[in-house]
Design a protein around this ligand. Structure first.
Ligand SMILES: CC(C)(COP(=O)(O)OP(=O)(O)OC[C@H]1O[C@@H](n2cnc3c(N)ncnc32)[C@H](O)[C@@H]1OP(=O)(O)O)[C@@H](O)C(=O)NCCC(=O)NCCS
Length: 178
């Protein structure tokens, strides 16, 4: 049964609750969600979110999910990357992740980005139209060349896809430091 949610942009007042949701979603098995929390904090501190790409899903006034798209780089061109997508563990498999992704993709498409990338489970993200990026010549080197988990969704199929190594927003900044 889908959970009815309201989706809106993150506000300053939401931030600690968002981090708690991210930590909770990624605390699976031996993982404690710290890496994903640090990614969100880095993006916020660098202020490199895509406009309208930092979204929460609310149910009963509580934050139950979050998605974050930020401005990474592919061969010097600004390309959005989605990371992370988090749904509170007690609200998973009720359509919240799908609703957040659908809204984020609409917001990215109207901003006329040629495509968006992410790293994740191909079975899950395939349902939104994501495909392995390797055949397009786009790689995310931390997970190795042609890793099927690194995926791309084209908004305009006639648009020429760039090739090269993708660098997420927080990595662009880290690489730029002396
Ligand atoms: C993955 C995640 C974002 C999906 O959000 P969700 O709200 O639970 O998913 P939805 O309700 O929109 O979609 C449910 C469908 O996705 C599938 N699904 C959910 N999580 C999945 C996963 N990790 N891998 C593959 N499929 C998954 C379910 O089997 C279900 O399929 P069905 O519709 O055929 O039954 C959420 O489960 C989550 O936060 N997980 C922990 C953190 C995480 O793994 N984030 C993604 C990083 S790539």
């Amino acid at each position: 049964m889908p959970l009815e949610v309201l989706i809106r942009t993150v506000t300053e007042a939401d931030k600690s609750e968002v981090l708690a949701v991210v930590r909770d979603a990624f605390s699976v098995g031996n993982a404690d969600g710290r890496e994903e929390v640090e990614i969100v904090e880095s993006i916020w501190s660098l202020d490199c979110q895509v406009p309208a790409g930092d979204l929460v899903a609310l149910s009963g006034g509580e934050i139950v999910g979050h998605i974050l798209a930020s401005l990474g780089s592919l061969s010097g061109v600004v390309i959005p990357g989605i990371a992370p997508l988090s749904v509170r563990s007690d609200c998973q498999r009720q359509g919240v992740g799908s609703a957040l992704m659908a809204t984020a993709l609409r917001h990215l498409e109207v901003q006329q980005f040629p495509f968006v990338v992410l790293l994740g489970n191909p079975t899950y993200y395939g349902r939104f139209g994501f495909r392995a990026s390797g055949p397009w010549g786009i790689h995310y080197l931390p997970v190795g060349m042609n890793n099927p988990h690194f995926q791309l969704l084209q908004f305009d199929e006639d648009c020429e896809v760039l090739t090269g190594e993708y660098v997420y927003s927080w990595e662009v900044q880290a690489n730029a430091q002396p």
